[in-house]
Ligand binder design. Sequence first.
Ligand code: ITT
Length: 199
Amino acid sequence: MRPVLYLATQNKHKVEELSALLKHNFDIRDLSTLSLTEEIPETGKTLAENSLLKARYIAEKFQVICLADDSGLEVEALGGAPGVYSARYAGEPKDDLANLQLLLTNLSGISNRRARFVTVLTYYANNTYSSFEGEIQGNIVEAPRGTQGFGYDPVFQPEYETRTFAEMSLAEKNLIAHRARALEKFINYLDETQKCADE
Ligand code: ITT
């Protein structure tokens, strides 16, 4: 029987991407099966801090094993912004379209379009945790392209690609993206931990 793993995220797109990659290892549950009414606090100054805050909050409140994701887009010409503030770049409430438009406005006339997506996953089980980082380099395009994915996907073109993430299927994005790369490290960690337990 596969162990139950709760995804400590309120973002349904993340649930979709993570579930596609983890369904063979775990019985995946999202937060809809827990009685959570509030937003999970995200007061950290880094992706790693926020990832741990979210994982610990859900694991301790509901006594479950969970995996949290904190992600951000870092744009070189903007000194790494929006970074840890990616979800609320254009202010409250969170608005993906407003964030993306503000990003394009702030980059107008700037030729350096280099950016990277970063994800920090935190696995929290039995009062201990481990974190895993994944990244992908790319460029911010001049105008949004594509309708798949979420967030900044329509303006992010991964390096060596001619399409934005929003022009790729979920399976194509999951072959190369930041979240998938962090997840690969997590799965390797699980394999190693299992090997040690078997010895
Ligand atoms: P949770 O905190 O509940 O997990 P969230 O959407 O607030 O959900 P983050 O705090 O990690 O997630 O914010 C990251 C923001 O960065 C997110 O709202 C998206 O706008 C953007 N983002 C993260 N991963 C992305 C991806 O794979 N593609 C496009 N945009 C992404």
